[in-house]
Ligand binder design. Structure first.
Ligand SMILES: [Zn+2]
Length: 132
């Protein structure tokens, strides 16, 4: 799966979240600081960019919002994860992409029907997300 050219979409407004080589989110930290975060579209790559004055504490819970419609992207399945749609470039197959809202926590899940792919050192069994 080449991920760089995939489309990433808000589940609420279906707006495109990817710009250039990044996926863009409006965020709010536990300390109520707001800022834009640009994440790598490569699943399992935990690099992100933000303004130098916007500080994220290690392990700090971050609220992710759609920068287009301001919807809270928190997953219905796990309050510790955000969920967006990922549409594959080649076959236009649609996945649900879950990622941890905690700064520095590496856990990502790509879900399509019964097929679940897990990425990141901190990922647990996807089923366990329901019980967090
Ligand atoms: Zn939206």
């Amino acid at each position: 799966m080449s991920m760089k050219d995939n489309d990433y979409m808000c589940p609420k407004c279906k707006g495109h979240l990817n710009v250039g080589d990044y996926v863009v989110f409006a965020t709010k930290t536990q300390r109520k600081h707001r800022g834009l975060i640009m994440m790598s579209p490569v699943v399992g790559e935990y690099k992100y960019l933000h303004h130098k004055k916007f500080q994220l504490g290690e392990g700090e819970m971050v609220e992710f919002e759609c920068p287009i419609c301001q919807a809270d992207l928190t997953s219905d399945k796990s309050k510790d994860h955000a969920m967006i749609y990922m549409v594959e470039d080649e076959d236009h197959f649609e996945y649900e992409l879950f990622f941890s809202k905690k700064a520095g926590k590496q856990s990502t899940y790509v879900v399509a029907h019964d097929n679940i792919e897990t990425f990141g050192n901190d990922a647990i069994d996807f089923e366990e997300l329901y019980y967090e």
